[in-house]
Design a protein around this ligand. Structure first.
Ligand SMILES: N[C@@H](CCC(=O)N[C@@H](CS)C(=O)NCC(=O)O)C(=O)O
Length: 217
């Protein structure tokens, strides 16, 4: 039976799980759930009513980090977590950093105000967006630029769930009209562009950008 991924395409956490499966070449059925108006019976799948959730037959799981950890064991190849103990923990660190620290700024502030609020016909809190861009995000970008160094990936010289989580958040920031300043954070900006050029990311970003263009002009 095909896996089902519940959620909406523009969510960074849903995109993370979809890209994770696409990188592994595993098929799935996307089931649309609007996070602003989930159907009541979705509570049986995720009591927190958040997206994404996964159904693998009659097994259900919620939270992108939990889902990816399960999928890694279910479909081990190609590995998206390192074997080495320390590298494994560093991967979880950067995944958590992306989901939480970048998530607050890139998605819950920039993307939510510039895209979601407009799609809902509500006001954008531009002051909150400016605060995220000018004050909250730069220390995170400084740290990530330094941690990335000259490497192609955050951990272990190959793609991990940390890269997928990280670039998924920056994709929402870009959907919200903001870019990483390549003069200030050149390695991070080039890294995001490189990871987004992978087929697994590309297909989603193209569709999402098309939808946003059509909906918001
Ligand atoms: N830690 C969760 C975060 C999921 C999350 O916050 N999803 C948002 C959409 S991007 C959502 O469902 N928001 C609706 C709500 O919180 O009620 C994960 O990684 O899956």
């Amino acid at each position: 039976m095909a896996l089902k991924i519940y959620g909406a395409a523009l969510s960074p956490f849903v995109r993370k799980v979809r890209v994770f499966l696409d990188e592994k070449g595993v098929e799935y059925e996307p089931v649309h759930i609007d996070p602003n108006d989930p159907p009541p019976d979705y509570r049986a799948i995720n009591p927190l009513m958040r997206i994404p959730a996964l159904a693998d037959g009659d097994r259900v799981l919620a939270d992108s980090a939990v889902i990816c950890a399960y999928l890694e064991r279910r479909f081990p190849e190609p590995a998206l977590y390192p074997d080495d103990d320390y590298e494994y923990a560093r991967t979880l660190w950067f995944e958590k950093y992306a989901d939480e620290e970048l998530g607050v700024n890139c998605t819950r502030t920039i993307f939510r105000n510039r895209v979601v609020m407009r799609l809902l016909g509500r006001d954008c809190d531009e002051q909150a967006v400016q605060q995220a861009c000018a004050e909250a995000l730069p220390p995170h970008l400084d740290y990530l630029e330094e941690q990335l160094g000259e490497h192609d990936f955050f951990v272990g010289e190959r793609l991990t769930v940390a890269d997928i989580a990280m670039v998924s958040q920056f994709t929402n920031m870009q959907h919200g009209g903001e870019e990483i300043d390549a003069d200030r954070w050149p390695r991070l900006a080039a890294y995001v562009e490189r990871i987004q050029a992978r087929a697994a990311f590309q297909q989603h970003i193209e569709k999402e950008s098309g939808f946003i263009r059509k909906a918001l002009g």
